[in-house]
Design a binder for this molecule. Structure first.
Ligand code: ZN
Ligand code: ZN
Length: 480
């Protein structure tokens, strides 16, 4: 049964910590470079106990091939194989000549195609689901595997000759059906053993096909149905086009098909590697999702890493641990990230102590008020006030919160906030404005013009030269 990440219940786990009995996805384990002379080698550690974690193996990560058929169709369209497919098809269309040159050109095109297809198969089988790079290693060096593949076909043709001669047409036909059935097993053997002799040994390839079992038959069905596609396309579409385009399209479709089938065979090796006895190492495992994730994780700053660890501890129910971690990690520089600040605030609400909540409350309110998070700011302010009636954040923040309290219909609390500003920060430049706003709420919302007038007249007396006075006078005039 597939194991999923302790912290991400929908993500398959890649790792397992024996000590903590936890399955972890790549995002949740700590990945470290060995450094020094083993640079590039990665160590994977449990975030809880700092011990090295065990790889869960391919089976836990990948879907069976029949669940990802669409991925096989998409695979040749990733940049590298696509460039190669187009390039080779253009080449074969342009160099379409009768005679030796034409034949040579076909040999080059198909030599390169099978060379690259073989690289696809090898990469996929070892767990690398991204397309191989286009370089001399994948395209032109060491044609031995391609020659060996041709060797398989030569061996089949030779055997077919013998069978047809001895058993006649019917026997020969049965032989050909059987060989096409076992052909993928031969190619898989060629890749896993690198030996042509083993690949064409019936004892070997029949055993291999039976070890894979139903999956093998399914793969065979899939690739034979797929194999009909180029012919079908040829009959219904391609033959009505100009010859040069015909060659181009027909080559393109055939290469496309070849890449899919080789990718599929590689995937079957990967999926059944334990049954086949083929070793897959986690260092080789690569898929687009894990690659992107890995890159994102490497670029990640310490703040996000800290947040992730905090979230893990919260999910584990270890609230004290999460709180301590934040305190230790931010002891020097303080908290500057609103999300982390909110986590810490919530943790303090749950675990206390109140003094810390009040102390962090000020910093927290400044942060989220700056970010314009009205509702959160109002809620956090009221929470702190309930715990400590003398609580006041900075003047500017308090002024904003007063406005937001009023917006949300909490008139009395809004007046309370403006009032608090004038009491706690009597010298602050915002004080006259706070009086004015409080008076407006008394008049507009609480229908208490007497109280409003009293405040406004006090304002006129106390700050006769302030910029706000013309507005106050106009407002008083409108009140009548
Ligand atoms: Zn996870
Ligand atoms: Zn652990």
């Amino acid at each position: 049964m597939k194991q999923f990440c302790q912290y991400h219940p929908t993500k398959p786990a890649h790792w397992y910590c024996e000590k903590c009995n936890k399955a972890l996805c790549p995002q949740c384990v700590d990945t470290r470079d060995m450094g020094g002379y083993r640079q590039g080698e990665k160590l994977h550690m449990c975030p809880n106990c700092n011990q090295q974690v065990q790889w869960l193996g391919v089976a836990n990560i990948i879907d069976p091939f029949w669940k990802r058929i669409s991925d096989f169709f998409i695979y040749p369209f990733s940049q590298r194989p696509l460039i190669l497919m187009l390039g080779l098809s253009v080449l074969s269309a342009l160099l379409l000549r009768p005679g030796l040159l034409g034949v040579l050109c076909q040999i080059v095109v198909w030599g390169i195609t099978f060379k690259y297809a073989y690289a696809i198969l090898q990469a996929t089988a070892s767990g690398d689901l991204t397309a191989p790079k286009l370089n001399s290693h994948t395209l032109s060096e060491n044609f031995a595997p391609v020659v060996k593949q041709v060797g398989i076909y030569v061996a089949i043709a030779a055997a077919a000759g013998v069978v047809f001669a001895r058993l006649g047409i019917a026997g020969g036909a049965i032989f050909l059906v059987l060989t096409t059935l076992f052909l993928p097993a031969m190619i898989i053997l060629l890749v896993t053993t690198e030996s042509l002799i083993q690949a064409i040994n019936p004892m070997m390839f029949v055993t291999l096909a039976f070890r894979i079992g139903w999956g093998y038959l399914l793969m065979y069905l899939f690739y034979s149905i797929l194999g009909g596609a180029p012919a079908l396309l040829g009959r219904h579409v391609i033959q009505y086009l100009p010859p040069i385009l015909q060659v181009f399209l027909f080559t393109l479709v055939k290469i496309y098909y070849t890449f899919i089938v080789y990718h599929l065979m590689g995937y079957v090796i990967l999926q059944y590697h334990e049954d086949i006895g083929y070793e897959v190492n986690f260092d080789d495992f690569k898929d687009e999702e894990t690659e992107t994730l890995q890159a994102a994780l490497e670029a990640e700053d310490s703040e996000i890493r800290l947040q992730r660890r905090v979230n893990q501890l919260i999910k584990d129910g270890d609230h004290d641990g999460a709180r301590d971690l934040i305190e230790n990690e931010t002891a020097e520089d303080g908290i500057s990230d609103p999300v982390l600040s909110d986590r810490y605030f919530t943790l303090l609400k749950m675990t206390g102590p109140t003094e810390k909540l009040i102390e962090h409350g000020r910093r927290h309110l400044d942060l989220i008020a700056q970010g314009g998070q009205k509702e959160a700011a109002v809620a956090a302010y009221l929470e702190c006030l309930a715990r400590d009636p003398g609580f006041a954040p900075e003047a500017g923040t308090l002024f904003k919160i007063g406005g937001w309290l009023n917006e949300s219909g909490k008139r009395k609390e809004a007046i309370g906030a403006f009032n608090r500003l004038t009491k706690v920060y009597p010298e602050d430049p915002l004080v006259p404005k706070a009086y004015f706003r409080a008076a407006q709420i008394f008049n507009d919302n609480l229908l208490n013009p007497e109280k409003a007038k009293k405040i406004l007249n006090g304002l006129l007396k106390k700050y006769p030269d302030h910029d706000i006075i013309p507005f106050v006078e106009r407002y008083l005039g409108q009140m009548g």
